[in-house]
Ligand binder design. Structure first.
Ligand code: HEC
Length: 162
């Protein structure tokens, strides 16, 4: 095995470890593992997560049907603050595409991530795994609580929720 192959193998092993959202030290990961990510279209192998994340949002009330005013507010924020890094499809740009994000994450996780980005990236296992995959740390976007709720509604609309 030459140096290039060794590097590639190490990289794949790291990806595998992170995809499991595991906090175990590398030594506990099978060194010769060649297991690949299950098919996933986000381009960053985002695994789903049912935690609420870290932050002030512990119980978000969802609206049924969707609130059109909130969707409009969310779109305005998306256009200015998020669209440079997030597509609405499942394609990765700088960060993961948003298609399906409301299925992968709980509403509370999304709102905590949007308003408490630094602590989430520092402490939440799923957010840390995303950082490792995207190789870019999402900057805090200084959203208010209302902004975050509007963004969530915009994401739900993008995912065809009602
Ligand atoms: C400079 C690029 C950038 C901008 C601007 C940005 N993000 Fe991100 N975002 C990222 C990256 C990179 C990640 C992957 C996680 C990380 O950085 O740790 C991410 C991850 C996310 C996630 C988790 C996605 C998932 O699949 O679990 C959410 C939710 C999110 N961002 C919301 C937002 C919102 C809301 C805005 C606008 C207010 C925004 N982002 C603006 C780069 C960005």
């Amino acid at each position: 095995m030459n140096r290039k192959h060794l590097l590639a193998a190490t990289f794949i092993a790291c990806l595998f470890m992170l995809s499991c959202g595991s906090n175990q030290p590398a030594s506990e990961t099978p060194a010769n593992s060649t297991k690949k990510e299950p098919g996933d279209k986000t381009g960053v192998a985002v695994t789903s997560d049912d935690s609420k994340g870290k932050g002030k949002f512990t119980n978000v009330e969802l609206t049924h049907p969707l609130d059109q005013k909130m969707i409009g507010g969310g779109k305005a924020i998306y256009d200015v603050k998020c669209g440079a890094c997030h597509k609405l499809s499942d394609e990765k740009l700088v960060g993961p595409g948003w298609k399906g994000v409301t299925d992968r994450r709980k509403p509370e996780w999304i709102m905590n991530f949007a308003t408490n980005t630094d602590e989430m990236i520092d402490k939440d296992p799923a957010a840390q795994a995303l950082l490792e995959k995207c190789m870019v740390r999402m900057p805090n976007q200084h959203l208010t609580d209302d902004d975050a709720r509007n963004i969530l509604e915009f994401m739900r609309n993008n995912d065809g929720k009602n």
